[in-house]
Design a protein around this ligand. Structure first.
Ligand code: PGA
Length: 218
């Protein structure tokens, strides 16, 4: 059985207590299951308390930031750099379409961020919206998230997502995940595809029960 990545992208949701309740409920329900690496992309403010909570309670989750600064440490008011994230998380999600489109992040910005992430020793989950988007060298995990599928309830077809994953892997990427309207009902149609190594889940990751369904059906 291949090792799967199931990534929860909480976006700008959850308070500390909500996050801890979610972790408890999900951990209890999936206790003993080992078929997937579960990564929580949490808002910055939750990374520190969650790291402590996960380690104190020995919970089966890895943490990811949802962004980092394109600058190293220095006089950059309001920015959070890769080294600061590395204290609390192992991964960082970069190039999400909500950053590219709404916050006007360019390819150059994302490439800079990947450099900062590598300097800090963070593993990058690099989002692309199509197979045509350039992926920086040495990025191991790419998440293919077509814009039409994000938050719409209208996922890409598994065959088409798999064909895109195959193309992306020709560029030496080790793992490709699919994201965009993944749910407990459709997750297995993606995770059963030969070139897909997991899913990146937005809305359906917020509710613990739905996320448990995603893990157990993956
Ligand atoms: P969605 O979001 O699952 O709500 O479509 C996915 C994402 O934006 O990462």
């Amino acid at each position: 059985m291949k090792k799967l990545f199931i990534v929860a992208n909480w976006k700008s949701h959850k308070t500390e207590q909500d996050a801890k309740n979610w972790c408890n409920e999900v951990a209890k329900a999936i206790s003993g299951m080992q078929h997937a690496r579960i990564i929580i992309c949490a808002p910055f403010t939750l990374l520190s308390p969650l790291k402590k909570y996960i380690s104190e309670n020995n919970l089966p989750f890895f943490l990811s930031a949802q962004n980092i600064s394109s600058f190293p440490e220095g006089a950059h008011t309001g920015e959070i750099n890769g080294m600061q994230i590395k204290e609390f998380a192992e991964y960082v999600l970069l190039g999400h379409s909500e950053q590219r489109e709404v916050l006007h992040e360019t390819d150059d910005d994302v490439f800079e961020k990947v450099e900062r992430a590598k300097e800090a020793g963070l593993l990058v989950i690099f989002c692309v919206q199509s197979a045509e988007i350039a992926v920086p060298k040495h990025v191991e995990i790419v998440a293919f998230e077509p814009i039409h599928a994000i938050g719409t309830g209208d996922p890409e077809s598994p065959d088409s997502a798999d064909a895109t994953a195959k193309k992306i892997k020709e560029g030496n990427v080790q793992y490709v995940l699919y994201g965009g309207s993944v749910s407990g009902d459709n997750v297995s149609s993606f995770t059963s595809m030969p070139f897909l190594d997991g899913v990146l889940v937005g809305s359906a990751s917020l509710d613990a029960k739905e996320f448990i369904k995603i893990i157990t059906h993956a």
